[in-house]
Design a protein around this ligand. Structure first.
Ligand SMILES: [Zn+2]
Length: 358
């Protein structure tokens, strides 16, 4: 009896082992798809004018997911499973220009996993496109409904405003010997804050404002090896007499990578700082659609030691992989910069000279 049972168990174990082994072989060698070409053109579908993006594929079977980073975005990301960039591989990480100002970049993010990022000349949302596979040749089709589009140029052109106010101080958090927080794929806070700050500077200067930057390159504002207080005081000291506002740009970080969202800070008890932080929060929330963690009072050095209305913004969590990806994205940075610029504009419309007695 015992012998027979042992035999049965041995047989069962063998069967289970064989099926597991077969499954793992099947998983180990998927048939890879390949991205073959990219095309864009205008066409008509069911009487509607569409802007079509065509991605040539080697095979029919493909799993893909589409992401639009925010509720109003000109960026579309398509992630392909078990797919290599194929003939598009010579364009790895570089931009391909397509029709109508569309650019694409193709990246093999991991082995057998490719990402196609499209930057479109208009803002899209989840209702403005259809995506499907066509045969002969196999291709992924993205049809964007032209009637549902907002032009990016129109979207950004309302930022011309006249300043009679004092200088605007923009502080790119961290820099030089201090990387700030670092994301899971290695993006540093100091590079994101500098990129966004430089875009804000450009937008404000284009609009006629006088902008003072605490730094415009990857450097310590004081000196490498200075104490935290010395470094932060060096930033505060950049504020010229009669400056109107001080905005410090940072990315958030937390040990749990799920934690996400944007928040803005003011110095406890500063009513003008609170208004500035509230406007920054509103504009960043309007643009981003990311989780809004709110407007908060805090005791941060640069808020406490500036004598003018000041706010510190935490754009998003660099420790959250999705937000790290957005923070490193040039177009997303531009949208963040536009939101910050709009908020400063609104603040200065209420209070053109800041409030020095605050
Ligand atoms: Zn920081």
């Amino acid at each position: 009896m015992v012998r027979q049972l042992t035999k049965i168990f041995t047989l069962m174990a063998l069967l289970i082992f064989t099926s597991l082994a077969l499954t793992s072989i099947a998983q180990a060698a998927p048939r890879l798809n390949e991205l073959q070409y990219l095309k864009t053109y205008n066409t008509e579908v069911d009487g509607k004018e569409v802007y079509r993006i065509e991605v040539g594929l080697k095979r029919e079977n493909i799993n893909y997911t589409v992401k639009i980073p925010t509720t109003i975005s000109s960026i579309m990301v398509v992630d392909f499973e078990n797919t290599v960039p194929g003939r598009l591989s010579q364009h790895n990480s570089s931009k391909i220009s397509l029709a109508e100002d569309t650019t694409a970049s193709v990246k093999e993010v991991k082995v057998n996993y490719s990402r196609l990022q499209l930057r479109l000349p208009f803002v899209i949302n989840e209702d403005s496109y259809k995506i499907y596979i066509e045969k002969k040749p196999y291709r992924l089709i993205i049809d964007i409904d032209k009637s549902a589009l907002v032009n990016v140029e129109e979207e950004t052109s309302d930022d011309n405003f006249n300043y009679k106010s004092g200088s605007i101080v923009i502080d790119a958090g961290h820099g030089g010997s201090d990387s700030g927080a670092i994301g899971p794929s290695g993006v540093t806070e100091k590079e994101v804050t500098l990129a966004v700050a430089l875009k804000v500077q450009q937008l404000l200067q284009n609009a006629g404002a006088n902008v003072v930057m605490t730094r415009t390159t990857d450097r310590d504002v004081s000196w490498a090896g200075s104490s935290n207080g010395q470094e932060l005081q060096a930033r505060v000291d950049k504020t010229p007499p009669g400056a109107a506002v001080f905005v410090s740009i940072h990315c958030n970080a937390f040990s749990n990578s799920i934690t996400q969202g944007m928040e803005t800070y003011y110095y406890w008890g500063s009513s003008e700082g609170k208004i500035l932080a509230t406007l920054l929060n509103e504009e960043l929330a309007n643009f981003g659609g990311r989780f809004n963690r709110g407007v908060k009072g805090a005791n941060f050095y640069v808020l406490k030691h500036t004598s003018i209305p000041a706010s510190l913004v935490e754009l998003a969590f660099i420790t959250n992989p999705e937000e790290e990806y957005l923070l490193a994205n040039d177009d997303y940075q531009q949208q963040l910069a536009l939101a910050i610029t709009r908020a400063i504009k609104r603040y200065l419309e209420i209070n053109p000279n800041g409030n020095l007695n605050d």
